[in-house]
Design a protein around this ligand. Structure first.
Ligand code: ADP
Ligand code: MG
Length: 560
């Protein structure tokens, strides 16, 4: 045909397709969840767009997702009457991956199926998962509101290129036809598909309809029936929701492939009226440190989808949390600009922030192993908290985990409460040391006296640590003291004898101290006798209010 065009997939898509087909074959059935999830998103988007322009419903206002199959032709077909796509949308959405950092991410893939299938979880599989079960995929689509002639037919075998042509399409929305591979024939079966819809998509907001199954000996039926529950999960009472349902819903909204670590579901009534369903993922997305990476919660107003990535509802240091806010107080016309300075949003944000922090505290108490997993994935993000969120500093500090001289290992698994529980009689401060790396910190001469006295010191060697400590002055009314800074005061742990010894030594070596100071002239501020050391003869100490070594390096790197 004259208007048919063949285009190549972006390199990243080719790599992703290859990876997916080879690492997810034991997990084939997830393609259906991904496609229904997309269809549901498309219905949400249509309903939102129609708030402003209800002609977009055309003559078809009943939003639903239809699932058909043909055992003979070996096909499965999913049809939605959602927002649909233009030709440009199709080329963009089904030919490229728009997330930046993708190429670098894909380069880490090893060819080891087990490892790679984990990595792909960080990425999300999406539409391209169709090719796990299909050796050819047809997409027919028309954007809501566009004329019938502007339909688009996309077709690909998943082998590097796709073709695209303009077609006539009466119905708005998207239809996806999967031509099943010979080892995926099991999916062209009514019972199988029904059970998968129930399992993966029971609580999306829209009905999934299928032709009724014929009883033995009956004629094939032609009428459609709804096979899922089709009520948005967060609107149900907690007691009626199974863990499995919470998990599946998470995968739908978070575009994640793995189960979440934990969740919290709350209906708030009274001055504010909203429902929140919040999740903590098990794994950080590959682009968590990318400024443009999606973040924030999905916002609904009175059960109508308004927007993805409503970042106004959570502070940046909790950007790993996923979930849904459904408010009854906001207007359906709400925009990002309005959200930015709305007092209702501000109140919800304060409450939701607390919920996430509480959810984490609870996890830490209930299941330290899982919390440790969380810390490994998101600890460095949470460390941004003390600087960003002054009012919750104490709570955040309670969630931090540190390496420590107590374990002597680099794993960050000591909480401040653990530390305080082990403090020596008379010890008043929480001691810590910051350094470039764990090994350097651990062998620092500053630790000598602490070892001798059996006092634990927290070891901070992440890039962000020194900066973070600048915003944390105390926890549980105990001050933090960097052992490499200023005059060391060991409180009552330092005996009278120690003090006397230090004073005598200072007197005795006065002349020596003067000479060293003169020799080093303007390179040091002061030279003094210390009890800090037991084995080393001397060490460098940073002034209480000077920039630490780590911070200096960061500033130098930034050209300051
Ligand atoms: P994701 O859902 O995480 O964005 P997908 O690979 O599943 O990624 O889909 C890519 C994009 O293709 C979607 O963001 C959407 O814009 C578009 N898309 C996919 N399926 C549909 C559909 N049924 N209707 C409209 N747009 C769709
Ligand atoms: Mg998707």
């Amino acid at each position: 045909e004259a208007n048919k065009e063949t285009l190549g997939f972006q390199t990243e898509v080719k790599q992703l397709l290859h990876l997916m087909i080879h690492s997810l074959y034991s997990n084939k059935e997830i393609f259906l969840r991904e496609l229904i999830s997309n269809a549901s998103d498309a219905e949400d988007k249509l309903r939102f767009a129609a708030l402003k322009d209800d002609s977009l419903y055309e003559s078809d206002p009943e939003l639903k997702i239809r699932l058909d199959f043909d055992e003979e032709a070996n096909t499965v077909t999913l049809t939605d009457n959602g927002i649909g796509m233009t030709r440009d949308d199709v080329i963009q959405n089904l030919g490229t991956i728009a997330r930046s950092g993708t190429a670098e991410f894909l380069q880490q893939l090893s060819g080891d199926e087990k490892k790679d299938s984990k990595l792909i979880g960080q990425f999300g599989v999406g539409f391209y998962s169709s090719f796990i079960v299909a050796d050819k995929v047809d997409v027919f689509t028309r954007r809501a509101g566009a004329p019938a002639e502007e339909g688009v037919h996309w077709e690909s075998k998943g082998d590097g290129e796709f073709s695209i042509e303009q077609v006539n399409r009466e119905n708005r929305g998207t239809q996806i036809v999967l031509h099943l591979k010979s080892d995926a024939k099991e999916f062209a079966n009514g019972w199988k598909l029904r059970s998968l819809v129930k399992k993966y998509s029971d609580h999306i907001s829209f009905p999934v309809v299928m032709k009724a199954e014929a009883e033995e000996g009956e004629e094939k039926k032609d009428d459609y029936e709804t096979v899922n529950d089709a009520t948005a999960l967060w609107t149900l009472p907690r007691t009626e929701i199974k863990d499995e349902e919470y998990k599946e819903f998470y995968k739908h909204i978070a575009h994640d492939f793995e189960d979440p670590l934990t969740w919290s579901h709350n209906k708030v009534e009274g001055k504010l009226d909203y429902t929140s369903l919040l999740y903590i993922p098990a794994r950080a997305p590959f682009d968590m440190y990318n400024r443009e990476a999606p973040r924030g919660l999905k916002l609904y107003v009175q059960r109508v989808f308004i927007m993805d990535d409503a970042e106004q509802f959570l502070p940046l240091y909790l950007r790993f949390a996923k979930g849904v806010i459904d408010s009854n107080d906001l207007s359906l016309n709400v925009s990002r600009e309005i959200l930015q300075n709305d007092s209702t949003v501000e109140s919800i944000r304060t409450a939701v922030t607390k919920r996430v922090l509480d959810m984490l505290s609870k996890l830490a108490k209930k299941d330290p192993g899982q919390y440790q997993k969380f810390w490994g994935e998101f600890g460095t993000v949470l460390k941004e908290g003390p600087a960003e969120d002054f009012s919750n500093r104490e709570k955040i500090a309670g969630l931090l985990r540190f390496a420590s001289t107590h374990t002597g290992e680099s794993t960050q698994n000591v909480s401040l409460d653990d530390y305080i529980g082990r403090m020596r009689d008379g010890q008043k401060k929480i001691y810590c040391i910051t350094a470039d790396n764990f090994t350097a910190a651990k062998s620092s001469p500053h630790l000598e006296v602490f070892r001798k006295k059996g006092i634990e010191v927290l070891i901070l060697s992440d890039r962000i640590d020194e900066w973070m400590m600048g915003y944390l002055s105390e926890y549980d009314s105990k001050q933090f003291q960097d052992v490499a800074r200023g005059d060391l005061d060991l409180g009552e742990v330092e005996t009278e004898e120690d003090k006397k010894h230090k004073e005598e030594a200072a007197e005795e070596h006065k002349a020596l101290l003067e000479r060293i100071k003169n020799a080093l002239s303007d390179r040091v501020q002061e030279v003094r006798v210390t009890n800090r050391l037991t084995d080393s003869p001397a060490c460098l100490v940073v002034g209480d209010f000077d920039m630490g070594a780590q911070m200096k390096k960061i500033m130098e790197a930034a050209g300051q």
